[in-house]
Structures are given as structure tokens and as C-alpha cells.
Design a protein around this ligand. Structure first.
Ligand code: LLP
Length: 490
């Protein structure tokens, strides 16, 4: 086999990644609905070609297909409203801001009838500045500061999601001092281990989030031996005059495809609601089942449509409330990635390409092609952090060259600075080409850094075939702005 032939049996290719028959073809589901190749073969979003985007906004650039984002937001809202209509009068959908929060995305979500979930004072400030109604904002966080809680109370946010007995007591005291009543959801961990990366699975017990539903063995940190921390928190909240307990919250993790995890979590938390009813005689009116709905990053991922997720969950919730004799609480969910992720792609310029010889698992030698682009782990740390897989496509043109197993890397001083671990790209990809990495709308802009003093990319939105900057590219002045110059401290 020569190096240029399609190496379908390439010893370094993962089993799930066969050589494509047509490397110019855009894999279904990983691209936003507005992305297609135009007549000239360029990748275009709503008809705006990659070369025009690169020319106008520079690279790297995060391109958000606004129409696609809005359509996904609507699909969740309509799907959940329809599924829960007869059961509990509909459902509320909170866009998880942490996935991609800018003034624009917060506004898009709000205009599509979604609420916004924030995870810090900074996210709260962005949502408020975007004009999201305070009563439609939730504030999360496992260690909120007094200042963050005060801002949330002053703004009148609709819900503060409390994560521990410690925080509940802290919030109750802060609200009492201010003569206010804090609207609270208690985040519980139903002990469901989602099949996802350990760092993004959050409903098992051994992690920092939430209040366990399992009786505690110790009396430490507000726990009572033999009583579930969640039960202690409910009792404390119901007794505090400065707390209005709205209900319970759980979030089992992220990038989850299986329906059963969500259903099982709902069932367990509803079971706990029934215990609360027995013990305290109250039916808490709200239940949030979190986010975490998986998206397609590569051709092998099979995400479920929002309406299907909603129907399956409504079915599970209905069975549980009937079995437990509960009035169905108002259901809410918090999808982030499933709305923002597929709506975005990152456009990079190709610089250096090189081929290296690598020891193959079969004992022989194989070659791997490295394609270096003008961004990297600072604009998308997910491959490094979570071994996340992505794909990529030559965006500025099509090519007849044979596909070669390639690795797309960034320009940082780290050998782990990988953006796409394995992808088949045409052999003639070279300096000056544009490369697009799809499904980067979530957890890229929001997790970006200035590592190696790289400037963070612009975010561009495309709507009705018009592209505009919604976050401008960082400049060297931005980079230096926070520095106190020892030569010139004033
Ligand atoms: N609600 C809560 C309470 C959450 O903690 C999260 C995500 C979400 C909703 C939204 O989850 P989504 O639908 O976007 O999966 N940086 C990681 C993901 C961390 C998720 C943190 N919490 C990543 O890039 O995969």
C-alpha cells in the first residue's frame, strides 16, 4: 500500500473511522442545518462561503448558525411543552449558559421562549445584561460567593439552585439579613452513573455536586448520621423563613445518549419527593431534570431529537407520579450543548503539515500526517480535557486527492495540543487551506483561554444568509489590558 492510497486498513485508524469514499462529503448530523458545499465546492453556511468568513473576520473564528441554534432551542421548548402539556401543563426549558453564553446567545434563547441557567456571577451578569427576565434566570454553582448570592437576590432571579446544607444555611442567613426570601431548588444526586467521561458525569456520589439521597454515615459538615443529606436540606429549607423551597433539581452528567439514565434519575427524585410529602405534608411544585443531552461530534454518534427525549421522559415521569400518588410537579430541563453545540463550527487556517513515522500496534511502521492550524487547545480544550473526538473538513475547496489519516493539531507549546485526533483529509491539504471543525458551538468559546498568549477568536453569527460579529476577536491591547506595567504602574 502506498502512503497516498485510501488506507482503509490504516494501522493507526480507530476501528470506528473507516476511510471515507468521498472525503469532501459532509457527515450528517455533525454540521448545522445551514452548512453545505456551494457550487464552487466551498463549505458555506447559509450560502456564506468559508473564504468570505475568513476574509471578513480572520481565523480562527467560531461561526454560529443562528437559525440552527434558534431551531434547536424551539425544538426543545415545543417538544417538552407538548410532551408535558397534559401531565403538568407544559415544561420550562432553561438554556444552559455555560455551554455558550454571550449577549447574543442569551437573547436568542430568550426570544425562542427559553429561560437561562447561569453558573456564576459572571454568567448571571451576561444574562441580565442581555435582557433576560430575572425571574427566568436560574443561578447554579457549588460554591457561590456572598456577592453572587446578593446579586441574585437583588436582581430577583427565579431560582437559586442550592448544592449543600452549608450553602443553604449561608443563603438563608444572607437572605434573612436583607429581609428577603430566596427562591430555592435543592440539587440532589440520585446516584445514577451516566455513561460519559468521569469529569462530566455528575450524579454519582463521589463528587462535589449536590445533596445525596443516600443516608449519611457521618455527622460531618451538616450531615446527620443515618439521614440523607437531601432530607436534612429539605427540612432546613422548609423551616427557614427566608427560604421558599420550590423543588428539587438533578443533573446526571453530559453528552448522554441513553434515555434510561434520565428516566431512572427522574424516578428516584420523584420517589424522594414522595418521601418529602409523607414526612412534611408538602408536595414541592417543581422538578428540574438538568441537561446533558448528547450531540453528534463524529459520524458514529446518534443523538435523539428533542421531541423524542421529551416523550420518553414524560412517559417515565407519568408512570412514577401515578405509582407514587403525586401531583406532577412542573418539570424543567437545562440543555446546553444540544442547543449550542451543533450550531457552531470553528474555521481555521492550515499552516504546517508534516508526516511522521510511528510504531504501529502490529509491530510495523505507519505514518501519521499532522495538519497544524492557527488555533488549538486555547480555543477548544475539550479533546485534551476529555479525550473528546471531533471531525474536520477541508472548507475552502474540494479535492480529488486520496484521503490520508490525519491529526489536526494547534499551535501551542504542548504535544497534547490536539484538536482532531483522527480524521481522513485529502492528501493535498496545505498551507493556506481553510479547515472547519464542526460541533464546536458548545464549551469552546466558554472554555477558551489565552494560553501561550494566543488571542481568543471572534464569534460570528449567521442569520438569514448574513454574517455579523457578535464577539469581536481579541486584540493585543485586550491581552495587555489587565497587566500592571512595572515600568509605568499608573
Ligand atoms: N445543568 C447543569 C446543572 C449542568 O451542570 C450542566 C453542565 C448543564 C445543565 C448543561 O449540560 P449540557 O446539556 O450542556 O451537557 N465542559 C464539559 C461539560 C461540562 C458540563 C457542566 N455542566 C464539556 O465540554 O463536555
Amino acid at each position: 500500500m502506498t502512503e497516498t492510497a485510501p488506507q482503509s486498513a490504516h494501522p493507526l485508524a480507530p476501528a470506528w473511522l473507516p476511510a471515507p469514499a468521498d472525503p469532501d462529503a459532509l457527515a450528517p448530523l455533525v454540521w448545522s442545518s445551514g452548512v453545505a458545499r456551494d457550487a464552487a465546492g466551498e463549505l458555506a453556511v447559509q450560502g456564506v462561503p468559508a473564504s468570505v468568513l475568513a476574509e471578513r473576520f480572520g481565523t480562527p473564528v467560531l461561526v454560529m448558525d443562528e437559525d440552527d441554534f434558534r431551531a434547536r432551542a424551539r425544538a426543545f421548548r415545543e417538544g417538552f411543552d407538548a410532551a408535558f402539556e397534559s401531565l403538568c401543563g407544559g415544561a420550562d426549558v432553561y438554556f444552559a449558559g455555560k455551554s455558550m453564553l454571550t449577549l447574543s446567545t442569551a437573547r436568542w434563547a430568550a426570544e425562542e421562549g427559553l429561560r437561562v441557567d447561569t453558573a456564576s456571577g459572571g454568567e448571571l451578569a451576561i444574562a441580565l445584561r442581555a435582557g433576560v427576565l430575572p425571574e427566568h434566570i436560574g443561578l447554579h454553582g457549588n460554591n457561590k460567593s456572598a456577592a453572587e448570592l446578593a446579586t441574585a437576590l437583588d436582581a430577583g432571579v427565579g431560582r437559586i439552585i442550592v448544592d449543600s446544607v452549608d450553602e443553604l444555611e449561608f443563603l438563608a442567613a444572607r437572605a434573612a439579613e436583607r429581609g428577603q426570601v430566596a427562591p430555592v431548588m435543592l440539587r440532589v444526586t440520585p446516584g445514577v452513573h451516566a455513561h460519559t467521561h468521569d469529569f462530566i458525569a455528575t450524579a454519582h456520589e463521589d463528587q462535589k455536586f449536590g445533596l445525596s439521597l443516600t443516608p449519611s454515615a457521618t455527622g460531618r459538615d451538616g450531615n446527620e448520621a443515618g439521614v440523607a443529606p437531601a432530607a436534612v436540606a429539605v427540612r432546613t429549607a422548609l423551616q427557614a423563613d427566608s427560604i421558599r423551597l420550590l423543588g428539587l433539581h438533578c443533573h446526571i452528567g453530559s453528552q448522554i445518549f441513553e434515555a434510561d439514565g434520565f428516566g431512572l434519575a427522574a424516578e428516584r427524585v420523584l420517589g424522594f419527593l414522595a418521601e418529602v410529602k409523607d414526612e412534611h405534608g408538602v408536595e414541592l411544585p417543581e422538578l428540574d431534570l438538568g441537561g446533558g443531552h448528547g450531540i453528534a461530534y463524529t459520524a458514529v454518534d446518534e443523538p435523539r431529537p428533542a421531541a423524542e427525549i421529551a416523550d420518553a421522559l414524560a412517559d417515565d415521569v407519568q408512570k412514577a407520579v401515578e405509582r407514587l400518588g403525586l401531583t406532577c410537579p412542573r418539570i424543567s430541563i437545562e440543555p446546553g450543548r444540544a442547543i449550542s453545540g451543533p450550531a457552531g463550527f470553528t474555521l481555521y487556517s492550515v499552516g504546517v503539515t508534516k508526516t511522521v513515522d510511528v510504531d504501529a500496534p502490529d509491530g510495523g511502521t505507519a505514518s501519521r500526517r499532522y495538519v497544524a492550524v492557527d488555533g488549538g487547545m486555547s480555543d477548544n480544550p475539550r479533546p485534551v480535557l476529555y479525550d473528546a473526538e471531533y471531525t474536520a473538513a477541508l472548507a475552502s475547496r474540494t479535492s480529488d486527492a486520496a484521503p490520508v489519516l490525519s491529526r489536526v493539531v494547534g499551535k501551542h507549546c504542548e504535544s497534547g495540543d490536539i484538536l482532531v485526533r483522527d480524521v481522513w483529509l485529502p492528501e493535498d491539504v496545505a498551507r493556506g487551506d481553510l479547515l472547519a471543525v464542526p460541533a464546536t458551538g458548545a464549551y469552546t468559546h466558554s472554555m477558551s483561554s489565552n494560553y501561550n498568549a494566543l488571542l481568543r477568536p471572534a464569534v460570528v453569527a449567521v442569520r438569514d444568509g448574513e454574517a455579523r460579529e457578535v464577539v469581536r476577536r481579541e486584540t493585543l491591547d485586550d491581552l495587555l489590558r489587565r497587566e500592571v506595567d512595572p515600568q509605568n504602574p499608573a
